[in-house]
Design a protein around this ligand. Structure first.
Ligand SMILES: [Zn+2]
Length: 87
């Protein structure tokens, strides 16, 4: 059974796309990096930084986290199940 995961901001009540099938570990790694990825993306135009498999989304995981910086973020799957964004 496929289970696609994304983020949910509990402060805003907003969910991201459900980006990655069984992607909890990847999304936790991206979350653990904080704003490093979005900062690198902003500061160096020669870098093309994407989480594998998510480049085609209008708001990718890095952008979603940047939009909700400092908010309470959890993982959410396509069935509405919630998991911690940290291990
Ligand atoms: Zn938020």
């Amino acid at each position: 059974m496929s289970t696609h995961w994304g983020y949910k901001c509990e402060d805003c009540g907003v969910s991201s796309e459900h980006y990655l099938n069984h992607g909890e570990a990847t999304l936790r790694q991206v979350y653990s990096l904080g704003s490093v990825l979005s900062d690198a993306r902003d500061k160096c135009s020669m870098l093309d930084i994407h989480v594998m498999g998510t480049a085609h989304y209008d708001v990718d995981p890095i952008e979603f986290l940047a939009m909700h910086k400092g908010h309470n973020i959890v993982l959410e799957n396509e069935y509405g199940d919630i998991a911690k964004a940290t291990e």
